[in-house]
Design a protein. Structure first.
Ligand SMILES: NC(=O)c1ccc[n+]([C@@H]2O[C@H](COP(=O)([O-])OP(=O)(O)OC[C@H]3O[C@@H](n4cnc5c(N)ncnc54)[C@H](O)[C@@H]3O)[C@@H](O)[C@H]2O)c1
Length: 331
């Protein structure tokens, strides 16, 4: 299939391009590079020995998006393009609502116009809010404490409503848990600008000496050791989940959790990282961060049953691959 990957130069998008190309699909990337560089796409080509058509466009720009749809016979869209920093979404709500929701509307409008009926959307476990773990797709969504989560819930609703009046649409709303790690080549990975918001890039930057020590937010949660629990998933497993969704999708709207189904605490992750890479990692325990929940992990039986997909890589792979990328990364 010819797949338009919006946000394909980013962290999850670039890994998904690898998985798509390796599965024999053709990839067209649309990205405005607001949080990525073309180098990632060069690396994807190097890993897969394949070509990628790249458009440096903003996917909230309807004219530019229509040009791409007009130039190619697109079979499906994967929509990764969005802002993702939860804290920043609280201080810049308009930017988040605009970018994350309008991009969904513009891409789905183009799909309607050009009769493209496969749409895969990057949602997030954030939409579950403070439901009880493990999170199951059938749960009623609770309001999240931040605009980022609301943009994901809104995009899900928009796509669901559009699919109701387009009975041939095949829509997957993929709720990611905590993607970490990198392609095993070490050529692509997570390269945030500024101080990382997510735990793993923070850990790797401390290990590299770029940051002095890891600050762990909260050590009094009702968890195994008091630190927050998350469902970390290797980014290549996540990428392969998109290929499975493309292959197996049937008509209608389908929601899938993409996680491992296992909760890991911050201290467990720190320990695993130290052991996997034989490194020391200075850390300090600090206060809870507002808006963080104590535990977040998935029930993954639906993706396993319907997509035949399951995460294969373990915590050691995640820690080893994340470090391999950071070690070689030249900023
Ligand atoms: N990384 C995570 O922890 C996580 C968890 C759950 C969901 N998600 C979602 O998955 C998607 C991808 O996340 P990521 O970690 O790869 O982020 P990322 O920032 O690395 O990738 C997003 C890409 O989209 C591009 N982009 C943003 N707005 C755009 C626009 N208007 N037009 C064109 N390009 C635009 C950026 O330049 C970037 O290349 C996002 O929608 C994010 O909300 C991420």
């Amino acid at each position: 299939m010819n797949i338009l990957v919006a946000g394909g130069a980013g962290y999850i998008g670039s890994h998904t391009c690898v998985a798509l190309l390796e599965a024999g699909h053709t990839v067209i990337v649309a990205d405005n590079l607001c949080n990525s560089r073309t180098k990632a796409l060069e690396r994807v080509k190097q890993i897969t020995n394949n070509e990628i058509t790249f458009y440096q466009i903003d996917v909230t720009d309807e004219v530019a998006v229509n040009t791409v749809f007009g130039n190619h016979s697109i079979d499906g869209v994967i929509h990764f393009a969005g802002f993702k920093a939860v804290g920043e979404s609280v201080s810049q709500p308009l930017a988040y609502y605009y970018n994350n929701v309008v991009s969904t509307m513009v891409l789905s409008k183009a799909c309607q116009k050009y009769k493209v009926n496969r749409f895969i959307f990057s949602s997030s476990a954030t939409v579950y809010g403070e439901n009880t773990v493990p999170f199951v797709e059938t749960m009623k969504l609770l309001p999240t404490s931040n605009p980022y989560g609301e943009t994901k819930a809104m995009s899900e609703r928009i796509l669901t409503d559009i699919a109701k009046v387009n009975s041939d649409w095949l829509v997957a709303l993929l709720r990611y848990f905590n993607p970490v790690g990198a392609h095993e080549s070490g050529l692509i990975g997570e390269a945030p600008t500024g101080i990382p918001n997510n735990l793993m890039p923070y850990i790797t930057q401390v290990a590299k000496g770029k940051l002095a020590k890891l600050r762990i937010f909260g050590s009094d949660y009702p968890t195994v050791d008091g630190t927050g629990v998350r469902d970390y998933i290797h980014v290549m497993d996540l990428a392969e989940g998109h290929v499975a969704a493309l292959d197996k999708l049937t008509k209608g709207v389908h929601i899938y959790n993409l996680g491992t189904g296992h909760g890991i605490s911050v201290l467990q992750l720190v320990r695993a990282f130290k052991e996997a890479n034989g490194l020391d990692l200075p850390y300090e325990l600090t206060d809870r961060r507002p808006g963080d929940i104590s535990e977040c992990y998935a029930d993954v039986t639906k993706a396993e049953r319907e997509l035949g997909w399951t995460a294969k890589r373990d915590l050691v792979d995640m820690c080893r691959d994340a470090w391999r990328f950071e070690k070689n990364y030249e900023g």
